[in-house]
Design a protein around this ligand. Structure first.
Ligand SMILES: *Cc1c(COP(=O)(O)O)cnc(C)c1O
Length: 238
């Protein structure tokens, strides 16, 4: 068993344990493997153990990996690629043409471009709104109080399917503090769904990474985004 396959199994065990202690079904949380800064070979190892959902931060790096893997994998193995990094206007076309999901939409202008540029022969692009849930000064993400209006606007765009919210809170000092911040994201998610005004209710709350997936699951995450615990430490920042 490779390092990556063993790690993947440990992460699945962590998710199952966290679900059990939160009184949740283990299949109520999806695992995204964040493969940024790792090559197609690392992705293939995770694929060999059944992983199908992957996340990339950098658009050019992601598109290169998606293209390489499409050429390598048999047609019956379909991966689901999520863009989880900042999307500038000049990158929307690449994202719309290559990714299945974008979790980092925080402005209507970017969403409109993605909708216009989504190729007609592909299914709608699946979208999460990134929310700056702890008001980190330097962070991207829409302010929590503006998330509902953005959700309603995105829900009306023809080539996008609004799926939920994504947040990247700052590291918290302990489990209780981490749960408190993740719970804010869960509460906002529930409020937007129950406010009405969406064509289809959101089903995805994307919170939790290597360091805080247990707290996120305890607080109602439906998708965790895990890099380091699967692929190992990344070189350089991020
Ligand atoms: C890098 C990254 C992750 C994964 O972080 P780890 O701590 O390595 O698990 C998750 N989400 C986003 C948005 C990231 O940029």
């Amino acid at each position: 068993m490779t390092f990556i396959v063993r790690n993947l199994q440990l992460v699945r065990d962590r998710i199952t344990t966290a679900c059990v202690s939160a009184g949740r079904q283990p299949d109520s949380v999806r695992l995204m493997a964040v493969s940024k800064k790792f090559g197609a070979d690392a992705v293939l190892q995770a694929v060999s153990d059944g992983q199908r959902v992957f996340g990339e931060n950098y658009v050019a790096e992601g598109v290169e990996k998606i293209t390489a893997l499409n050429a390598m994998l048999p047609a019956d193995i379909a991966l689901e690629w999520h863009c989880i990094g900042p999307v500038q206007s000049n990158k929307t076309r690449l994202v719309a043409e290559h990714f299945d999901w974008v979790q980092s939409v925080d402005r209507l202008k970017i969403a409109e471009r993605l909708s216009e540029q989504r190729p007609a022969d592909l299914p709608p692009l699946q979208v999460c709104i990134q929310v700056n849930i702890d008001a980190g000064a330097t962070k991207s993400g829409v302010a929590p109080e503006d998330a509902q209006a953005l959700a309603q606007a995105i829900s009306n765009l023809p080539r996008l399917q609004l799926r939920g919210l994504m947040a990247i809170p700052e590291p918290a000092p302990d489990f209780v503090a981490a749960c408190a911040i993740h719970t804010r994201a869960r509460t906002l998610f529930d409020q937007i769904n129950s406010a009405g005004g969406l064509l289809v209710a959101m089903d995805t709350l994307s919170i939790g990474m290597t360091a805080d997936m247990e707290a996120a699951i305890q607080s109602g995450s439906t998708m965790v985004r895990v890099g380091t615990a699967i692929f190992g430490e990344r070189a350089g920042r991020n």
